[in-house]
Ligand binder design. Sequence first.
Ligand code: ATP
Length: 308
Amino acid sequence: MINGKMIIQTHQLTKQYGQALALDHVDLSVPKGSIYGLVGNNGAGKTTFLKIILGQVYPSSGSFSLWDAQYKDAWQKNRRRCGAIIEAPGFYPDMTAAQNLEYYRMQRGIPGREKVSEKLEQVGLADAAKKKFRQMSLGMKQRLGLALALLGEPELLLLDEPINGLDPAGIIEIRSLLQKLNREKNITILISSHILSELENMATDYGFLSRGKVIQQISAKRLHELCGTYLEIRVTEPERYTALLEKELHLTGYKVLPDGTIRILGQPEEVTSYSRLAVEQGIGLLALERRELHLEDYYMHLTQEAEL
Ligand code: ATP
């Protein structure tokens, strides 16, 4: 479980749209100061989750808190502390970047005309202020959306697939921009994606959703420990061997696959300590291999297990 102060905390949050169960008893916690990656396939419930937090959709059951305020209580007051890009913002194609922002600034009653140039500058669009929206690249449009979300000086940004469709250079730009906002302005960011690797090197925490259910919530640090290198060991007596792993090597971070293969995750000790253990105890060592687990494979296994 993630420690520290939580900005969002949901408890058994559930949303049913007619027959479709979009969220199914979801417990997620978004820590203050995090870049929280909400990862799931299409239809997993990511957008629904973000909309509930923003009050655009009401939960069927369950509850959540936004900072110190509970849903149905004073939570609405804290919605003002949020900025969001949920669906593509309705920008006017023939208006410039600055005109579009100014339009929304007035519509939302946000004081300070200088906010427009300030936010364009913040997202790296200062030079494009006079460019018409329809002449902008997808990456620029995404950044303009971000400028709009930042207009009200939010402490929490909720971004629904902001990286979707961007080319690799665009992904890097948005990633470094979000990291800068997180670091320098102390903005907590909840960002959804259906591609885990898009969030790699950026997210500090992850929540994995599949068909409306949380399949795992994990810190990036822990995830990276689990990925990377692991050992696969096959022995003649897996049960006795795993008992010895726990007793002699005080190891708990292992998994036994259905065929009896033992997988040791994390940062395994010297390989020799595992072979020695088997030999000393008279257990036959059939195989011992060091392997790499990539982030995307980890996620795929997790999803497959959840969908079985
Ligand atoms: P995507 O990336 O495709 O937007 P998602 O993870 O954001 O997926 P949601 O959009 O939250 O998922 O949808 C979750 C489920 O709820 C899907 O089965 C979807 O069809 C259904 N759903 C979402 N909105 C509605 C709605 N307004 N009416 C009926 N069903 C809906």
